[in-house]
Design a protein around this ligand. Sequence first.
Ligand code: GLC
Length: 747
Amino acid sequence: MNRIKNTLFFALIFCNLTVFAQKKQIDIAALIGKMSIEEKAGEMTQLDLGLIANGDVCNLTQPQSINQAKLKKAISQYHIGSFLNVGCGSGTISRENWQKIFAAIQSETKNTKLQIPIIFGIDAIHGNNYTIGATLFPQQIAQAATWNPDLVKQGYEVTAYEARASGIPWNFSPVLDLGRQPLWSRFFETFGEDVLLANKMTVAAISGLQGDNQYSPYHVAACMKHFLGYSMPLSGKDRTPIWLSEREMREYYLPTFQTAIQQGAKTVMINSADINGTPVHANYDILTTLLRNELGFKGVALTDWEDIYKLVDMHHVAATKKEAVYMAIMAGIDMSMTPNDYQFTDLLIELIKEGRIPMSRIDSSVSRILTLKYELGLFENKDTQTKYPLFGSAEHAAKSLAVANECITLLKNNKQTLPLKNKKESVFVCGPGAYSLNYLNGAWTHTWQGVDTNFNTKNKLTTLAAIQKIAGANRVAYALGTSIDQIINIDDCLAKAKNADKIIICLAETPSTEIPGNIDNLYLPKAQEDLVIALSKLNKPIILVCTFNRPRILKNIIPLVDAIVYAYLPGDEGGKAIASVLFGETNPSGKLPFSYPADANSLLHYDRKYAENINVDFSNKGYSPAFDFGFGMSYSNFNYSGMVVSKNTLNDNDSIQVSVVVKNTSEMKGKEVVQIYYADLVASISPSVKKLLAFKKIDLAAGEQQTITFQIHKNDLSFINKQLKRVTEAGEFDLMIQNETKRIYVN
Ligand code: GLC
């Protein structure tokens, strides 16, 4: 009897769930059935806030406010379904003001027949950079340098929480393009050059932003971007042609997107550039055959900024905007980030009425957009009652500081110059990076390019202020010396540095993003190099602190300094983190997520091919970066020993356990990233000299040792073969941890 009861009970549950699921689809299908062509076209249109606010589109009246007439046109006349950002990135907004803006939009939506809620998307790239007082984190490249996915996930959870606190349910983040072209102006927005490390960070970002993919007032829709290959322009200049074989695309530039889709990423933003001559926004093979049919992505595909129009005026593959709209929608675009006019909407309506775009194609996009809004709770307007007491809180700032502390990478430390333990020692601080929060945050900070100083978060310390706070102002002399690229007054530096025991020079780079090419090579601006050279003549210990968007060439100054602290773009807490490392309150544990080029044209990657090892003298030392991928020093010493493998053959559905003993032989507790690499000795595709296989970040007290184990499976050793299939070929492999190597045989 019980069995029958249980069966009936589960059958009932199943029916309810099916009805509920169908109810959701039936609701949306029913809603679509009531929508006019104009309402559907509006749903597929995203406009910038500038189009419904007071002031000019890209120069809004501050503080931003809704223009009722413009709003009426957008919502009631054009049925626009989505808005984004702050008027071409023209300035950050208070939470209170965001709430006023959304209330105005909401009330206008209530005046429409179907009352479909709009969805607002934002670039919350390293925290909610467009909400005043929000917690700003280190940029993605710095997050990757922590090699600590759990910590990075917490940062994305804070970002999601504070986005919802601003009334925003959709974040155009994370960037999943691989950072393999350091010339590219958006290198800092990537998780670095390695697929495995970027994949681990992808899981952290998507799960941090989206939670368990169920509705939550503390999570948002992520937007994996920019699909795909966007980070590899041949020239290094943003949005210029990408030449990518399908094999290389699948080996390097597709995996993070596959991972994000497996994690349930709800939306994707498309690469603005062309790959092998076809703009991705017009590429059916990528946007439908690959993204939908092969990868099974069910979410919303959003264009990047004005990229449908750019099919005409940048790529010249469409003679008119109308043709461009046709090409993009038929290729697989769901929503156009138009974002500054109504032409897309008008042209789409024409194309639908002419029957050139079938209604089934439109309905599939509208269904995805409405499903996204439904899953985010927008139809029920659920989270207006939720409170967000932790917004901009000390607790959230502590998480940002934790990420900043763990990203900082110690690249050089001769004669144990660091940490600065001697409290009697005086220091002299100079260089542009010492004085600016903007140089710690980079682009996407309160304004698009991040160079405006008016909106900086209150009470955050520059590197100089943080050093003064830890060391005591009386021990710290300072002078600027140079701007980013101009000498200001080096003599003043020399005069003050003469009386100091140690010299700290803070180098920096102008914040920028998306600039087609704001540098012609990776060399440092000459003024900053001259500052280091001049101060080196004093023969005092020099500590270099670098906050760059990408690895600028240091070859002329590395020999002149005793220590190098590489801090990437460490965010609002970056000054504190840098000072904390300099004075030993934090033991640095960051590791480079990229190969640091020795010179402007030595752009090699650690996972190079054997042919790239060949040097000018035909020796095998051709790969000689300034600093290697995965490198970073600690104030502790970690001794590796006793690497063992559980067996040396690996079969299908099998695994090998690899273990190694790591001991902290110093007096200072510290974190270490234990990394295991592999080499496929012979393969049908020329194999890499080494590839990251796995890593674990551990914490070791002074004198403590731990045995670290990795479970290796056959598929972990796979690559994309000539038939574009992911395979692991039989043969010999080397597994390497630090200086130990074990040979295994894959059957
Ligand atoms: C920009 C960027 C993209 C950003 C979008 C909205 O052009 O390429 O990363 O999310 O426009 O600002």
